[in-house]
Design a protein around this ligand. Structure first.
Ligand code: SF4
Ligand code: SF4
Length: 386
């Protein structure tokens, strides 16, 4: 019977895995409040670990081009675009007297009035759905320029597709692309006045494998491909993985993934090779704002608590930590986060639980059921023969 604490609850995972003289547990603290979405972390991860490209096409709804953590994206910078300042705005169909509806952004102020621009965007009576990078305020919006005849560059000059008459002249032929409301690099509200700029915010977050204290991926791996390192991290050895995929359904965060062309499982290793050489993981090394901080987990937890306190003092009441608590359903994460909204807003499970937690109880019940069935069979046999 395994020690119940080996499946849930606080634990120092490296000594538990048999490392007799393990160094302090190492991890990541990702402070999303200072992430600028530059994706240097994604690129550095790919560069150092030889991870294949994920394509350069934007998803059509944000600056995100990777979409999620996958076998080929071990860091994923999420762009969450919220057409509100820091408070909830009632949907346009709601009557004026209706109470505020439940919001995925609960916990943020509710008294911030919607600006005229926000109300117009929400009501669909304006084309101010996006901002135009670098375009003077008096210029027509991207939507208006596209509607007027073909795509333009960031300065409003026409560009392909289709033949261009006279070199720099207007585009002739070719269907104008649909304007998707893509936000530009220009601060929201540039064309409408400073008072409008608080109507839109981006949440950016560099997601990664959580290197769980109780890692279900590791628990279910039948080949020993996934193992616990002396630093307390979880690493998959690609030369041992047989591609069974058990780890993928076991991960409560949906992190680990199979590569389509070889079937094996891949994920962040927290740069195990760099850690062994006393180096900082590539993503943390590349991050220009220190949004990704690497270090001893205990020290990171103290640093994160102080950061949340400082943000609260400065009025950012929605700042909260995620994955830092050793008493949560996975015994705390080796990679935890400071968020500015509910975990669900970032695509994170609000209350993750290690999926192997109930296995001992399940096996016990299955064993009892098997014994009862065997006893009934014997009784029926003996009773029948007498
Ligand atoms: S269970 Fe998922 S998040 Fe946790 S260590 Fe394994 S792959 Fe990473
Ligand atoms: S975490 Fe750092 S490197 Fe990654 S996108 Fe944010 S600011 Fe850039």
């Amino acid at each position: 019977m395994p020690d119940p604490n080996s499946l849930y609850g606080p634990l120092d995972p490296a000594p538990d895995a048999g490392w007799s003289s393990a160094p302090p547990r190492m991890g990541f603290f990702t402070d999303t409040s200072v992430c600028i979405g530059c994706k240097a972390c994604e690129v550095a991860c790919k560069e150092w670990n030889g991870v294949p490209g994920s394509g350069l096409d934007l998803l059509g709804m944000s600056y995100d081009n990777t979409g999620a953590l996958t076998a080929n994206s071990w860091r994923h910078v999420a762009f969450i675009e919220q057409a509100r300042p820091a408070g909830h705005r009632a949907p346009p169909s709601a009557p004026p007297s209706a109470p505020p509806s439940a919001s995925p952004s609960a916990g943020t102020p509710v008294s911030v009035p919607a600006s005229a621009a926000s109300a117009a965007v929400a009501g669909g009576t304006t084309d101010l759905a996006g901002t135009d990078p670098g375009v003077p305020p008096e210029s027509p919006s991207a939507a208006a320029r596209m509607a007027a005849g073909g795509p333009t560059d960031v300065l409003g000059d026409p560009v392909g597709p289709g033949p261009v008459v006279g070199g720099a002249g207007p585009v002739v032929g070719g269907a104008a692309p649909e304007f998707l409301g893509m936000p530009g690099a220009q601060p929201p509200g540039r064309g409408t006045g400073v008072q409008e700029r608080t109507d839109f915010r981006w949440l950016m977050m560099s997601d990664v494998c959580k290197h769980c204290t109780h890692a279900a991926c590791l628990d279910v791996c039948p080949t020993g491909s996934l193992f616990r390192t002396e630093f307390g991290t979880v690493v998959v050895q690609e030369d041992i993985c047989n591609g069974c995929g058990y780890c993928i359904s076991a991960c409560p965060y949906g992190v680990i993934d199979q590569r389509k062309d070889d079937g094996r499982a891949w994920k962040c290793t927290l740069c195990y090779d760099r850690l062994g050489a006393g180096m900082t993981p590539a993503c943390a090394q590349a991050c220009p704002t220190e949004s990704i901080q690497y270090g001893a987990l205990d020290e990171l937890r103290e640093r994160a608590a102080a950061r949340v306190e400082a943000l609260h003092e400065r009025g950012v009441s929605e700042a909260r930590l995620y994955g830092h608590d050793p008493n949560d359903g996975v015994g705390g994460d080796g990679a935890f986060f400071l968020l500015l909204d509910e975990p669900e807003v970032y695509g994170l499970p609000p209350d993750p639980v290690v999926t192997t937690r109930d296995l001992p109880a399940m096996w016990k019940r299955a064993g009892l059921a098997a014994l009862a069935m065997a006893a009934a069979t014997v009784a029926a046999f003996v009773g029948g023969s007498s």
